[in-house]
Design a protein around this ligand. Structure first.
Ligand SMILES: Cc1cc2nc3c(=O)[nH]c(=O)nc-3n(C[C@H](O)[C@H](O)[C@H](O)COP(=O)(O)OP(=O)(O)OC[C@H]3O[C@@H](n4cnc5c(N)ncnc54)[C@H](O)[C@@H]3O)c2cc1C
Length: 419
């Protein structure tokens, strides 16, 4: 009778899970490696990231790069030192995707797409003997601790020698990651923090005029200030509030303050390139019979959505003198009530805590089960930090799992008749 090869099961076919599968294939030849995903195809969120050009990683100095992970930086440091920006670039180029550094230091594939990279990766995994299964939604364990899956053919049970969970967070659930694994792991005593939206928009109470006339409009060349932090860039007015790059960059701090105080205020600088003194001078120019709208447009370059924001957010007294108007333009208060829903956030904070895992990303409560990617409790801004950490933790969890299966392979080779 032929003995079965030790089996490594990876659940979740996003960047973290695929990286874990490849790490095992490279390090434990002879293992049976299977990746399962709930969706009809792999890597749907990665493909969605490709719609925005696929920001793979960032070119800033490593210490600055690491600091973007905030309080999780120390925890993630070993994984990111082993697989950081340089390795991400080499990995993408190994899959035929040349990269370049954009003006903001962000790194993208020259194709600005995820699909060629994902196709090449899935082909390479197939070549390494990794078996991919779609339409298998993991539902937990049976009485014998075999993994259970819902499939179109009914329930399937699979016993694993090592398991990697790479199930993603809880944003954009239509792409596959619903965060519904939280209950399964909580029931097994795994230490978890509730999910919260990250890189998200915020709600505010727009007037009907603002909502109906300006929802969907980008606000370009602005600076947003929150406490000591100032971000230059752009954002978008939505029907219920604001979203977009500059808002996402501050979203962690805004969200935390709203959780603490119930609401918060963000300050907009509508003319970041024009110092206040110059603005006062420009606004003091005689404007004879010109309407205020025309004067603002001609003297300060403020029109369209910026002018609407000024009218919406400034107090009436702000329009009484060039000085008060300049103050409002340079620090326009925008009250924010809530982060937008988790479903529309780019990523999430919360999930499996550092405390729940050993240094190999193995669950202390479930030996043999490793975890990676966005399901872990870290957060980072946009800029390529998310994908880099998903790949890095996927590699680390995969290496941990490969050690387990490689040890079993060594035992079975030493005693081919053994159990
Ligand atoms: C619109 C958008 C744009 C983005 N752009 C960028 C970007 O440019 N740069 C960047 O760094 N990051 C970006 N991100 C974030 C990045 O895509 C994610 O952080 C990353 O995909 C997470 O990888 P993951 O492998 O942990 O999880 P996921 O990619 O979410 O993969 C998890 C997989 O697990 C599967 N799964 C979940 N539950 C089950 C279950 N019970 N059974 C079986 N399978 C299951 C899912 O179907 C999914 O395929 C973007 C995200 C969004 C939403």
């Amino acid at each position: 009778m032929t003995k079965e090869s030790p089996k490594a099961i990876i659940i979740g076919g996003g960047p973290a899970g695929l990286m874990a599968a490849e790490a095992i294939a490279d390090r434990a030849p002879g293992a049976a490696i299977h990746v399962y995903d709930a969706m009809p195809s792999f890597g749907r969120k990665l493909l969605m990231a490709g719609r925005g050009g696929l920001n793979l990683t960032h070119s800033e100095a490593f210490d600055a790069f690491l600091a973007r992970y905030g309080e999780a930086a120390d925890w993630l440091a070993p994984a990111l030192r082993a697989f950081g920006p340089k390795e991400v670039i080499a990995w993408a180029e190994g899959l035929g995707q040349e990269t370049f550094v954009g003006s903001s230091g962000r790194i993208f594939p020259k194709s600005f797409k995820a699909s060629p990279l994902l196709r090449a990766w899935l082909r390479r995994l197939d070549g390494k003997g990794v078996t991919l299964h779609v339409r298998h939604r993991w539902t937990g364990w049976d009485e014998q601790d075999a993994l259970t899956f819902d499939t179109p053919e009914g329930e399937v049970r699979i016993a694993a020698d090592a398991t990697v969970l790479a199930l993603g967070g809880a944003s954009w659930p239509r792409l596959g990651s619903r965060g519904d694994w939280i209950g399964l792991l909580a029931a097994r005593g795994v230490d978890l923090r509730p999910f919260r939206p990250a890189n998200c928009g915020f709600e505010t109470e727009w007037s009907t005029h603002m909502r109906e006339r300006f929802a969907g409009m980008p606000v370009k060349s602005v600076a947003l200030t929150f406490g000591e932090r100032r971000i230059e860039g752009e954002f978008v007015v939505t029907a219920s509030g604001v979203e977009g790059g500059a808002v996402y960059a501050l979203s962690r701090f805004l969200r935390d303050e709203i959780e603490r105080a119930g609401e918060t205020t963000l300050y907009l600088d509508l003319t970041p390139d024009r110092p206040r003194e110059r603005l006062v001078r420009d606004l003091s120019r005689p404007h004879h019979k010109a309407s205020l709208a025309n004067h603002l447009r001609k003297a300060a370059g403020i029109s369209g959505v910026k002018a609407a924001l000024l009218r919406e957010c400034a107090v009436k007294e702000a329009f009484s003198s060039p000085e008060t108007l300049a103050d409002a333009i340079k620090a326009l208060p925008l009250r924010l009530a809530n982060p937008t829903s988790m479903e529309s956030a780019i990523s999430v904070a919360g999930g499996i805590t550092q405390n729940a895992l050993d240094g190999d990303m193995m669950l202390k409560a479930l030996p043999g089960t490793f975890c990676a990617g966005e399901m872990l409790d870290w957060e980072a801004p946009t800029g390529g930090y998310l994908l880099t950490a998903c790949l890095a933790t996927g590699l680390r969890a995969g290496i941990g799992a490969s050690r387990r299966v490689a040890a079993l392979i060594a035992v079975s080779q030493a005693d081919p008749t053994g159990p």
